[in-house]
Ligand binder design. Structure first.
Ligand code: CP
Length: 318
């Protein structure tokens, strides 16, 4: 069993319920991963994913090994049949098989290059490991998706929406400005997760910031941010670069920053963001520091998202 994408969740209701149960008793399966090792391979920086996935593994009794592959590993070649006479020292075929000798599960973070759309969509790093490793693979954010974040977001929504007393929530995914070109992974997985939920779900962004239409499908897109915010119960904010003009920053329009005035248009909405976040660029201090901000609980739920996934994989290994 791999966890590569939100599509690997067979029942979001069951997985979220399992996660909330684990959160109430984090050590209830503390021997499940005894004598098992997870290798966490990072090709990019991380705070939350790195620590929460280790915490989750430890709660299940696993040993963790962490490698900053971009700095500490050999540069990997992913193409088959190539003459390796350039900078790449090791082929993914050997690397994935060798790591499988030491680890019972391999978790990988490898962001999009934002240079080559087709290569990024092919997920060459994640799928390379999935193809050649002999153990389960977990996606800790790849070119296209961040399914551990999306599951944590689903847990956070489930916990918070009790206040709505059964009413279907209105959830808005809003683009916001950022100085750098960022990947689409978090937004993509949030969209895929919301498509599995009972909710009135709307995406809002400036024209030109459409996500991959193969992912958004028939989900409603509203280019008027203020209109999208009307009556919203949740504002999930994220920056992403253009998908059409692949990897380009085509606008940094500050009128899209999430402000207290914008939040006043909503139905007392809760603010969500995966973090890290640029204060007063993506979101004003007054929103992030407000009692309606769920960002720290989202980060906390990363442990129980990862723990749910690792528990299912460990049970499947038996
Ligand atoms: N949200 C998230 O994945 O955080 P990190 O990049 O710090 O792991």
């Amino acid at each position: 069993m791999n966890y590569l994408s939100v599509k690997d969740i067979d029942s979001i209701t069951e997985w979220v319920s399992d996660a909330i149960e684990l959160k109430s008793k984090p050590l209830s399966f503390k021997d499940l991963g005894k004598d098992k090792t997870i290798g966490l391979l990072f090709f990019n920086p991380s705070l939350r994913t790195r620590l929460s996935t280790q915490k989750a593994a430890q709660n299940l009794g696993m040993t963790t090994m962490v490698m900053n592959f971009d700095k500490e590993g050999w540069a990997l070649e992913y193409e088959d049949g190539i003459i390796m006479d350039q900078g790449k020292s090791e082929h993914i075929k050997e690397a994935a098989q060798v790591i499988s000798q030491f680890c019972d599960i391999i978790a990988i973070r490898a962001f999009a290059s934002l240079e080559d759309k087709e290569k990024d969509k092919a997920e060459i790093v994640l799928n390379g490991f999935a193809k050649y490793a002999s153990v389960p693979i977990v996606n800790m954010e790849s070119s296209v998706g961040h399914p551990l974040q999306a599951l944590a977001d689903a847990i956070t929504l489930e916990e918070d929406k009790k206040r709505l007393e059964g009413r279907k929530p209105k959830v808005v995914l809003s683009w916001a400005p950022h100085p750098k070109a960022l990947p689409h992974a978090v937004a993509n997985s949030f969209v895929e997760m919301m498509q599995k939920q009972e909710a009135d779900f709307v995406i809002t962004h400036p024209k030109g910031y459409e996500l991959d239409p193969e992912i958004t499908g028939t989900t409603r897109i509203e280019h008027d941010q203020a209109k999208a915010f009307e009556g919203a119960d949740y504002i999930y904010t994220k920056n992403w670069s253009s998908f059409d003009q692949y990897g380009k920053v085509i606008s940094k329009d500050p009128s899209w920053t999430i402000s207290a005035a914008k939040m006043a248009l909503t139905n007392d909405a809760r603010f969500m963001h995966c973090l890290p976040v640029r204060r007063n660029m993506v979101v004003e201090d007054s929103v992030l520091d407000h009692g309606n901000s769920l960002v720290i609980e989202q980060a906390n739920n990363r442990t129980f998202s990862a723990q749910t996934v690792l528990k299912k994989i460990l049970e499947n290994l038996k």
